[in-house]
Design a protein around this ligand. Sequence first.
Ligand code: DAT
Length: 180
Amino acid sequence: AYCEFFFDLITFLSVFIGTPGVGKSTLSKELAEKSGLEWLEVGKLATENCCFEEYDSLYQCPVLDEDKLLDLMEDKMTGGGKIVDYHSCEFFPERWFDIVFILRTDNTTLYDRLVSRGYSGKKLEDNIQCEIFQTILEEAQRSYKPEIVHELQSNTPQEMFANLCKISEFVEGWRQSTSG
Ligand code: DAT
């Protein structure tokens, strides 16, 4: 289906969140290509700049040094024009984002994606539970104004393309509401 894009918005700042595997990177990359907004992969940024304190052997992941990461991001965020991509949003300053998009995937689909990514054991279980319990959705609803938090389904490529259109409409709505 044809849909028009309205991304001539250098000041626009959005964040894509959701359980690992829901398709944040896929959608962010696609959106960045279509819109000219810059895709900021927070996980990659943290790794490249050593924003980790220690390794959590239970969860098989390093523990994030949040202050260091936030300091690093602050300069990048003032300019606008970014799509931030991270599994969580709770510790970002509220003022950073005009819109928060949260991606959701059905459990069985997500399970298959995480298995093919090499997840197993507790890490696999915890991530599936995270999706079942809507942990990240609730986190977003706690941390940001409800009217800027939008849930998007991300099970199929068709949904991914439909999401680009939905995002475009939300962004247009946001633009009209700020250009009063
Ligand atoms: P994330 O960045 O949230 O961890 P990803 O973008 O790396 O997730 O996607 C995980 C896998 O799922 C990857 O192989 C691409 C696939 N995928 C992502 N979004 C999809 C969608 N809407 N439909 C089908 N597959 C999708």
